[in-house]
Structure formats: C-alpha cells, structure tokens
Design a protein around this ligand. Sequence first.
Ligand code: PHE
Length: 340
Amino acid sequence: MQKQLDALLDAARAELAAAADNAALEQWRVTHLGRRSEVTGLLRSVGSLAREERRAAGQAANAARRDLEAAFEARQAELRRSADGAQVDVTMPGYPVRLGSLHPLTRTLREIRRVLAPLGFRAVSGPEVEWDRYNFELLNIPADHPARDMWDTFHIHDKARPGELLLRTHTSPVQARVMEQIQPPVRVIVPGKVYRYEDRSAKNEAEFMQVEGLAIDEHITMADLRGTLTHFVRMMFGPDRELRIRASYFPFTEPSAEADMSCHACGGKGCSVCGGTGWIEILGSGMVHPKVLADVGYDPDVYQGFAFGMGVERIAMLKYGVTDIRSFYRNDLRFLRQLR
Ligand code: PHE
C-alpha cells in the first residue's frame, strides 16, 4: 500500500505543479481529494484489511491525504501571489483620494456668521457649564419662577455650591456676561452648545447648538430687529423670503416675538415642509427687558436693544432638507457625503 501511495503522491504533485489557474486547481482538488479520489478509496479500504495491517495502513493513507492537502494549499497561495504580481499595471489610475469636508453644522454656523458680520455682529463665546445666575437670574428668571419650566435643565452637583451650577440651556446667559464686560454700543453673536433635559427624537436633541444675537445702543427699536432678521432670512434662504413676527413670551425680552419666514420650499403657498401654513418658525427674539439692562448696570432710560436666539440644527435642517436632527451627530459618512 505504501508503494501505491508513493506513486499516487508523485503523480498528484506533478499534476499540481502544472495546474496554472483556479479552474485547473479546482479540478485537481476534486480528482485527488474529493469523495471519489484514490486516497479516499484507499482510506475506505483500510477496514477490509487484516487486523494487523489496519493501523499502519490507516496512518499511511491519512498522512498521504494530509500531504496532498498541504501541497494544494501551498500551490493555491503560490498562484494567488503570482496573480497579484501579474496585476500590477503601473499605467492604471490610482485609487481616488477622498477629500474631507466641513460638517454641515460647521458650514451653517459659518454662514450665519458671514451674514451677520457685515452688520457689525462680532462672535463671542461663553462657558457651557454656567452659573444659575447667568442662565436664569440675570435674565429676569428668579428661582422658583414658573418661567423656569421653559427650560428643562441639567443641574450639576457641586457640594461647595449646591444648586448653583448647570449646563446652560440657551446661549442667552452670554448676553449678561458681555454686557457686564463692555459698555454700549454692543453687537455680538454667540454661537455655542446648549443642553436640555429632554427626550431625544427626530425633532429634539438634548444637546444642540444655538446662535444668540444681541444689539444694544441708544436708539434701537423693534424696526431694527425686524430689519436685521429680514436681512438674515433673505441672505440665508433667498431674496424672496418674507419675515413675520408673532407675539410671544420670554422673561428677558419685552415685547417678545417668534419670527417666522415664508416657506423657502413652496414660496408660501403651503407644502409639507411648512406643514401647509406657508410659514416656518425660525427663532425667538424680542427687545431686551429693561430689568435685564438695569441688572448689568446699563441705564434703561438711555439704552435699548434687541436679542434673538436660533437653533443651528434647525436652520441646517431647513437649508439641507434634513428631517431627523439626530443625523447630525451620528457621524454616518453616507449622510455627511450627501450634504457636501
Ligand atoms: N434663549 C431663548 C431660547 O432658547 C431664545 C431667545 C433668545 C429669545 C434671545 C429671545 C431673545 O428659547
């Protein structure tokens, strides 16, 4: 039997060396390792041998089978290597290099700044971990005032100063910070992260961005607010946009107004983007409350001003037609590449 195996191995090895492609390789495997192959037959026949011969014959046949398997794998690897080598064609174009790009929120933020900068608004920032005093007190929202319910707040436990630290719920605290630091005229915008203790959904994130605007001077009226916002929506969403303001309530502005723009998708006729109304709410605004001015040391009889605050994701969703706010934070490249 050993002789038969040796002959078989020699023949199979010679054939294998001649197998030059995958089809030949597969044919070889079926012939020499398959169910009808010679080794398999020999292995099967071991059972019919005399008892004393079985052990040695079984071992020899199994060894031969392992040799064939090893030879097959080696040849396969060899063919694969030379195939790779054959494919190197230096005249082939290289793999395309994918360029990175700015995140849609970064682009929206930069556009907002670019639109407001020529009107004199300078970008400033403030802390995301904020004192209760700035987030609420100095915005005319005393402790226990029901207006606090407008902002679901993440509080920060600090043993030394219980109840005083929180994650800012809006960028408005920076209004007070800026006014404490500088004298009018004031024209700033405040881009930044804000946090709200809210369920996440397609419409709401617990962590999102706002841009605050603040203008204080001696003769500022609501017409200036209207003019600024009208300019803003036309620069952002096209020259045909109309602005509409509706009475609203914020403790730190009086009067307060929600600003809507005519729908950029349908031009105001009514569509699915504007919920059939023709108008899209874009921000909250108002004339800075005299109490807020007085609390930072400005004389409300001399100075007035307006403020507004908008959600950056909301603006970006409208601009890019995004329907789920969470997409901005999933880092899914397929989403990001679509908005490039
Ligand atoms: N801070 C308000 C909010 O987050 C928005 C706002 C800013 C309203 C400035 C009026 C003036 O809801």
